[in-house]
Design a protein. Structure first.
Length: 395
């Protein structure tokens, strides 16, 4: 596509890239000063000029780009086309599933192109660009995608800041939002024209289904950091006795009401609280409130007027508060999307929390990303989702 830049990899990291690690980070590059224009093709070599891989330059979080191939092949239109076709073919079963019409069709480095994801919302496709680097390939990727799929409309979200406002709509027909999609037969209202959020996190599909099918019937349910109440909707449809959804964002009230209404659910037994979750825990403990099922799915980092939360530092203490408001033999759904620690460390947080509370527990089941969120073994961080169903045991 263009002239490539030779990138000399520090010898400490050569084996890592030879074994398939995809993220290019600053410390691994000896001549980092040569990286100037994001989107440039990179040729990774060792100190003897031996070929290692090809990728592109694009700043994303702590990364400086992504490896795209270890083969000696060009990064051209055919390369991108093959990656997209392969990814679409993997999702073929979803195209025939009338009960689930929202899912991921391309998942970044898991499908061979880091920094790029594509979701399908019942024929409205959303492309997420995570750096200026991958965005430089926009015309090529959009052209290929539009030829490979049957679509109603194609939208985009730039998950990086370049100071340039662009229309989120790219091509096709503009949607009349909300678009109503289905997930395991449940309706969700989706907005592709309201900034970063769309209305539902697709990676929790299997967890929501399990909550509906197995854990909700006759139970009192607390859904914390509830966003638009997706877990609560599934719990209510699973015949929960009542649900309470708590989120600090003012938008959560109307958005959660909408999700209940489009599923024929009423608010008499489904309560929505706009409140700082940390304050709500204190209130619930003071009032000696207890719930049969508590869903704890905080963001990796959250900040309110009085509280700062970081999952890798504070999840254990947050879980201890949840233990206090969960019924004996109740269930906690502990979830995190923090990529800085793995499932083993997450379970250690859980174990420490229960030990410090001098409570016994049993792990019922575990979940990570669903099949459409393809990951690779060489990049453990990409499999970020960790969900554990925990049953509190009688003393």
């Amino acid at each position: 596509m263009e002239n490539e830049i030779i990138v000399r990899i520090n010898k400490r990291y050569i084996k890592k890239y030879e074994e398939g690690y995809p993220l290019i980070f600053k410390e691994a590059v000896n001549n980092i000063e040569d990286l100037k224009v994001e989107g440039s093709i990179l040729k990774l070599v060792d100190d003897k000029n031996k070929y290692i891989a090809r990728g592109y330059f694009g700043r994303q979080n702590k990364g400086y780009g992504w490896v795209l191939t270890r083969k000696k092949e060009e990064i051209d239109q055919m390369f991108f086309q093959n990656k997209i076709i392969t990814a679409l073919n993997k999702r073929a079963p979803f195209y025939f599933d009338e009960e689930t019409t929202a899912y991921r069709v391309f998942n970044g480095e898991g499908d061979g192109i880091g920094g790029l994801t594509i979701d399908n919302y019942d024929g409205y496709y959303l492309i997420n660009w995570y750096s200026k680097g991958i965005y430089r390939f926009k015309d090529t990727i959009v052209e290929i995608l539009s030829r490979m799929i049957v679509y109603k409309g194609i939208y985009q979200k730039k998950r990086f800041d370049d100071g340039i406002e662009e229309d989120e709509f790219i091509m096709g027909e503009k949607g009349e939002f909300p678009v109503i999609v289905k997930e395991n037969g449940v309706n969700f209202a989706i907005y592709l024209d309201e900034g970063d959020m769309t209305g539902v996190f697709l990676d929790q599909r299997e967890v929501r289904k399990k909550i509906r099918d197995r854990y909700s019937k006759g139970k009192t349910v607390l859904n914390t950091f509830s966003y638009t109440g997706a877990f609560s909707v599934f719990a209510a449809l699973g015949e929960a006795k009542d649900t309470t959804s708590v989120d600090l964002a003012n938008r959560s009230l109307e958005k959660t009401k909408e999700q209940f209404y489009i599923n024929g659910l009423h608010l008499d037994t489904n309560h929505i609280v706009v409140e700082d979750v940390f304050n709500y825990f204190k209130y619930a403990i003071k009032k000696e409130m207890k719930f049969d099922l508590v869903i704890l799915d905080p963001p990796s980092f959250a900040k309110s007027k009085k509280n700062i939360f970081s999952a890798d530092k504070d999840y254990k203490d947050l879980l201890k508060e949840v233990i206090d408001i969960t019924e004996d033999v109740g269930v906690i759904v502990a979830s995190t999307n923090c990529a800085s620690f793995n499932m083993d460390k997450f379970k250690k947080f859980i174990d420490t929390a229960f030990n410090e509370k001098e409570r016994k527990y049993r792990i019922l089941e575990e979940y990570s990303l669903p099949v459409d969120f393809t990951t690779i073994d060489e990049f453990k961080e990409g499999n970020y989702l960790k969900v554990v169903f925990i049953k509190i045991q009688n003393q």
